[in-house]
Design a protein around this ligand. Structure first.
Ligand code: G6P
Length: 615
């Protein structure tokens, strides 16, 4: 939710900041802005729209400034327009600020500042903070960084901020509470950003600020980190950045989403690499092994997550209950937090999050930790806030996911959950050695099978997309393990094509959605050969009687369902617990190609953001 970036050094700051903003656009893209400090003068441009619109507004900027910062916005307070865009500048014109997060007590602070004569142009909480810094500077007579610190101590909420003062072109002050902030350290140059992608080609040395920390970055003094609360000095921990430029570029694909769909054979293999050791007959997962007693003796496992990660959690419930026979509950993080949940120190709470920064998931996890539960993370982004908060965890290793609609991170989450479930089942002694060995051998074949599904279905799915691209509604149905996949298929379609789509358990169709079915309604039914096959055949018959158009995902060589439906998309025959990974692929492709035909921006769908750091 909002991306921030900045540069201070000896190079021209403008191209570095614009390029950085483009890489952070996944975090929000309804407005963008940049401010540069050139010879103690601010050069500010901001606009509603994308970073490319900002570039159009900067054609006359003509600057060689070597310090500046930029922002790409996902609106919270105030509609997306030029005035509400960041950076915001204080009343005296001397302080500029960019912000990712929410200042919850902004209204109280704003009223106080208005009473002191401050004037506000925008509706944002951010403009309140920048003026509060001015107020602190004037009333406390303190240096710039101290004024920032005093102001932050008055603030309730979440933030990653960067602040510049006009008279101090050699300095940027940054701070974080709940929203991420990375500092790249180069040779006589420093970068700041919501994640490390804006500076990956410049340096591999990175410092991640912790919650409650701020840093003063100067060319002479480097990075000086302190606690916001009491100014206590914090030792600098420099980490090596393990991200390459190649990983964050489109690599010849039209969109990141298509690239990421095609990357899945590799990303799933990367997820399993070094863990799934078929020849040794084992699954190596240190996070599980070290804490296996916690899992095996858990009264229940609670999975908390949001969005697509929540759908992975639902599959996780089927996997862990079915294979390992441990009770699992799956909760939306936002609901879990506010309903006084019953959690004890005998519970294991698993948070699933691609970004590792989702505010609701993070807050729910903190609650679970306070109540004494053992907390485990399944995150994609290494060193993210959730990854650092948890007692243990398993990274998904899917590589950077940039398309807002999650694809490869989802299947990597499924792969991790599958390994966890099979491993726990073995340690608990509830599956035989033989079944364990069969399952891990089969799991090892999944990356190649995913490759086959992409190769064999992409053209067919494109043709199906042409038939249904103008439709207004879609229904997705599945049973058992594939019910969450129906939910995920529907979510993918609505996220990027703006077609209304609903996922439902197939049998529940009779209790409502069936009323919607007529010859204009396409219904995607996930109907592979499982123990529920006959039941799902009956559901398809019920749809046919109402003239609905069924697009079915079927097991290869299926004839029964194929003869009943308008289109049948084949996936390989695998054990039921492995079908979700394979069934997801054609649904991702269907959403992608329908969205393309409708002219939608698949990588940056309207109103959405990839990393939701507000509650
Ligand atoms: C946003 C993204 C989704 C994602 C969800 C949860 O809504 O657009 O793709 O599934 O957040 O994000 P997380 O990073 O916690 O998995």
């Amino acid at each position: 939710m909002c991306g921030i970036t900045g540069y201070i050094g000896y190079k021209e700051a403008y191209p570095i900041i614009i390029n950085g903003l483009k890489r952070l656009e996944y975090r929000g893209y309804d407005s963008a802005g940049i401010i540069l400090n050139e010879n103690e003068n601010f050069k500010l441009r901001k606009t509603k729209g994308k970073v490319s619109d900002l570039e159009d507004k900067c054609t006359d900027l003509n600057t060689k400034a070597t310090v500046g910062m930029g922002h790409t916005r996902w609106a919270t307070h105030g509609v997306p327009n030029d005035i509400n865009s960041h950076p915001h500048v204080s009343n005296n014109g001397k302080i500029a600020l960019i912000h990712n997060g929410i200042i919850e007590n902004y209204n109280t602070l704003k009223i106080m500042l208005i009473s002191k004569g401050y004037v506000f142009k925008s509706e944002t909480d951010t403009e309140v903070l920048v003026n509060l810094i001015q107020y602190m500077q004037e009333t406390q007579q303190e240096d710039f960084a101290t004024a920032v610190r005093y102001a932050l101590n008055e603030v309730v909420g979440a933030y990653a901020i960067a602040v510049m003062e006009i008279d101090r072109p050699q300095e940027i002050v940054v701070a974080r509470l709940s929203s991420p902030l990375a500092i790249g350290i180069g040779e006589n140059e420093y970068f700041i950003a919501s994640d490390a992608s804006p500076f990956v080609e410049f340096t591999k040395e990175v410092v991640y600020l912790e919650d409650g920390e701020m840093a003063t970055i100067t060319l002479e003094g480097g990075v000086d980190v302190h606690k916001i609360k009491d100014n206590a000095k914090v030792n600098l921990i420099i980490q090596e950045l393990k991200l390459s430029l190649e990983e964050i570029e489109k690599g010849g694909y039209d969109h990141f989403m298509l690239k990421e769909i095609h990357e899945q054979p590799k990303s799933i293999m990367d997820t399993m690499r070094g863990r799934l050791l078929v020849n040794e007959g084992t699954i190596q997962m240190a996070g599980i092994l070290d804490y296996q007693d916690k899992f095996l003796n858990a009264e229940k496992i609670i999975i908390i997550s949001c969005g697509t990660s929540w759908h992975a959690g639902l599959v996780g419930e089927y996997l862990i209950e079915d294979l390992a026979r441990i009770p699992v509950e799956v909760e939306y993080a936002s609901e879990f937090r506010y309903r006084n949940p019953i959690i004890t120190d005998k519970d294991v709470v698993i948070a699933i999050s691609q970004s590792g920064e989702t505010a609701d998931t993070l807050a729910a996890l903190k609650l679970a930790k306070e109540k004494g539960a053992f907390i485990y993370g399944i995150c994609n982004v290494v060193d993210s806030s959730i990854a650092r908060l948890t007692d243990a965890g398993s990274y998904t290793h899917a590589g950077p996911e940039i398309g807002v609609a999650s694809t490869k991170a989802f299947t990597a989450q499924l792969a991790v959950l599958t390994m966890i479930a099979i491993k726990l089942a073995k340690h608990k002694g509830v599956i035989s050695e033989e079944k364990f060995n069969t399952l891990i051998a089969e799991l090892e074949t999944i990356p190649n099978k995913v490759r086959d599904v992409i190769k064999n279905t992409e053209e067919q799915v494109k043709a199906i997309a042409r038939l249904y691209a103008k439709t207004s509604n879609f229904l997705y149905l599945g049973r058992g393990y594939n019910y969450p996949i129906a939910l995920e298929g529907a979510l993918k379609l609505k996220e990027i094509s703006y077609i209304h789509a609903e996922g439902y358990p197939a049998a529940e169709m009779k209790h409502g959605p069936i009323a919607l079915i007529d010859e204009n309604m396409p219904i995607v039914v996930i109907a592979p050969k499982t123990d529920h096959y006959d039941k799902i055949v009956s559901n398809i018959q019920e749809i046919n009687s109402r003239k609905g158009n069924v697009i079915a995902i079927v097991t290869e060589n299926d004839t029964q369902v194929r003869n009943m439906v308008s289109q049948a998309i084949e996936i390989p025959d695998v054990s039921e617990c492995l079908i979700p990974i394979l069934a997801s692929i054609p649904l991702q492709l269907l959403a992608y190609y329908i969205a393309i035909l409708r002219g939608a921006n698949v990588d940056q769908p309207r109103n959405l953001a990839k990393s939701v750091t507000v509650e």
